[in-house]
Design a protein around this ligand. Sequence first.
Ligand SMILES: Nc1ncnc2c1ncn2[C@@H]1O[C@H](COP(=O)(O)OP(=O)(O)OP(=O)(O)O)[C@@H](O)[C@H]1O
Ligand SMILES: Cc1ncsc1CCO
Ligand SMILES: [Mg+2]
Length: 267
Amino acid sequence: MKESLWNSILSVRKNSPLVHNLTNYVVMNNTANALLAAGASPIMAHAHPEVEDMVTICGASVINIGTLDEYWVESMLKAAKKAHGLGKPWVLDPVGAGATAYRNETVASLLTYKPTIIRGNASEIMALAKVGEAKSKGVDSVHQSTEATGAAQWLSNTYGSVVCVSGATDVIVSGNKKILISNGHPLMQLVTGLGCTASALTGAFAAVSNDKLTGTAAAMALLGIAGELAQKESAGPGSLQLNILDKLYTINQEEFFTYLKAEEDNG
Ligand SMILES: Nc1ncnc2c1ncn2[C@@H]1O[C@H](COP(=O)(O)OP(=O)(O)OP(=O)(O)O)[C@@H](O)[C@H]1O
Ligand SMILES: Cc1ncsc1CCO
Ligand SMILES: [Mg+2]
């Protein structure tokens, strides 16, 4: 598995996929920079007259509901419908799902277009699957990622999606297959939108990977290891944010193989 994860990283660097992002105001700049640092090519676009054309020309679309409003939700539905119709990969990041009825209604509509990949924290994934009583307190998770494995499996089976629950351990599920990535550092929780960055990177990897489970795991491993390496050189969240961009760009095979903590379970 080690080699296939690393090959996915090389494939993003070599193919520089165009990744369409409908994302939130908080993270727009940072996710664009993370995609560039990983070797991909970002485009942020949500205007109704162009959003479907953008889906058509890009390798993947990433739909993140972080700062949604009526206009943006229409853009998201148009994009998801187009991607589904063309059979193009698209990633759903259900930021804050479970926190408000509006977010729940929005993700319910988006799910009808069967996201290729769903990436959220444990509370969001549990809210999405309506499993348990997800007590979402806004955009931060109040659950451990491993608590949401059942919800992830249900979503994967229901929508045919690869589902990634991020956290201290990233749990990535496709049907009865599962990959666990235990990289990252707790300080990453104090940088806003690293989950959104994970989703954006997942879009880049989906654009170049036939095997979406491996592609998603590679994206998560890359971000987690970049976070671990960056933390060693950072005084706090501010420098961590910048240093992660540098590590996404410079990470080499030796560092990747030394730090990777991945486990596979093929059911
Ligand atoms: N406790 C932790 N220990 C180690 N790494 C962590 C921890 N929490 C998060 N991470 C790292 O941060 C990444 C982002 O995951 P997180 O679950 O924090 O996303 P999120 O809650 O959606 O964030 P946001 O909403 O701010 O974008 C994880 O994939 C992991 O690499
Ligand atoms: C803080 C915040 N609020 C809406 S989106 C976002 C970025 C983290 O998901
Ligand atoms: Mg999030």
